[in-house]
Design a protein around this ligand. Structure first.
Ligand code: NAD
Ligand code: MG
Length: 336
């Protein structure tokens, strides 16, 4: 197949650290991304404070690292670059209550996922430029790579098309968190938001977990032991994914047996067939229309009952209880 769009990549020499060093940055939230951004910025000699509500459990952790912690409103008030790293489903509320009243013309509002901006839930006031710096990896990796002198690739985008000031500041921020060491890819809010949601729903999270669970259930319902089903459908996934990560599908296929490789080509497309492709198209359209975003925000507004019920059902599945028992005998299979 041929690509319809190309991309531009920026590296260390394309970004000027002094731009972000000349600003006061507020990191709102200190979770997965927040702690990594705050610590990497601090180590890059950027003036940074953390914004957390009174009573937040993360406050002690941030202070133990020597970071200054204020309320989100106070942090935003004294900053001219405000990075919003709270969960997407609460971001609009935090923005309206704490951030918006403290933004002045010339300030920059920043996010790591375009969700609320692209779907119109947050609209910055006139004179405030918005940009996105999204590491393509979880926060602990963003931090660990940085401390090892490396970095995680980042996406950057601006909502002020063609304004090189915002783009240069975004690149400077990305450099300060280690992104330009690995490559920073220029995208748009639309592309980042829609590909991120599609990827996690159709492939990375939703597609993969459904595939794993159906495979496990098929074996167990046919009388095979749950331990065997777990090893075949869950445990060995890591070996395969690691090979794909290191060298793509061809590298993975060169490492597995010829029998496995033949089964891959001959049978895989019968399981994941053209009907899946058609449903993926529908998933993408559901994302693009904003319907998914509205459904998710509405679910939260109603107290997230359905979300919590699905979480509980997933956690109590036989595959999870069997897995827990098997992993307790595998010292290498422990959360870091
Ligand atoms: P998280 O759930 O790990 O952390 C959220 C933080 O926000 C916590 O410190 C929490 O205490 C704080 N918080 C919650 N409510 C708050 C409030 N009212 N005021 C101030 N702080 C509040 O979230 P995360 O995974 O770091 O996600 C943050 C953003 O980064 C999201 O936009 C997400 O899409 C994006 N992102 C995440 C990842 C990832 O791997 N986790 C990767 C790329 C982008
Ligand atoms: Mg994502």
């Amino acid at each position: 197949m041929t690509a319809k769009k190309s991309f531009h990549v920026y590296y260390e020499d394309d970004a000027d650290l002094q731009l972000i060093r000349g600003k006061k940055v507020a990191i709102i939230g200190y979770g997965s991304q927040g702690h990594a951004h705050a610590l990497n910025l601090r180590d890059s000699e950027v003036d940074v404070v953390v914004g957390l509500p009174d009573g937040s459990k993360s406050k002690a952790k941030a202070e133990a690292e020597g970071l200054r912690v204020m309320t989100p409103a106070a942090a935003a008030a004294q900053a001219n670059v405000v990075m919003l790293l709270v969960p997407d489903e609460v971001a609009a509320k935090v923005y309206q209550q704490d951030i918006a009243p403290n933004l002045n013309p010339g300030d920059h509002l920043v996010c790591a996922h375009g969700f609320n901006f692209h779907f119109g839930k947050i609209q910055a006031p006139a004179g405030v430029n918005v940009f996105l710096v999204a590491p393509k990896g979880p926060g602990h990796m963003v931090r660990r790579q940085f401390t090892q002198g490396k970095g995680v690739p980042c996406l950057v985008a601006t909502l002020t098309n063609g304004d090189s000031t915002a783009l240069n500041l975004a690149l400077s921020y990305a450099k300060a968190i280690g992104g330009t060491r690995a490559g920073v890819y220029e995208t748009t809010f639309k592309e980042e938001t829609e590909t991120d949601l599609f990827g996690e729903q159709a492939v990375l999270c939703g597609g993969l977990t459904s595939l794993i669970q159906l495979g496990f259930e098929t074996l167990v319902e046919n009388g095979y032991s749950p331990a065997m089903a777990y090893f075949e459908c869950v445990h060995e996934m890591k070996l395969i994914v690691d090979l794909i990560y290191e060298g793509g599908l061809s590298h993975m296929r060169s490492s597995i047996s010829n029998t496995a490789e033949y089964g891959d080509y001959a049978v895989g497309p019968k399981v994941i067939d053209h009907t899946v492709r058609e449903r993926m198209q529908k998933v993408l359209e559901h994302v693009q229309s904003g319907k998914f975003a509205n459904d998710w925000l509405e679910e939260n507004a109603k107290g997230a009952g359905q979300f919590k019920a699905m979480r509980a059902a997933g956690a109590s599945h036989l595959m999870e209880t069997v897995g827990q028992e098997l992993r307790s005998r595998m010292s290498f299979a422990k959360p870091q």
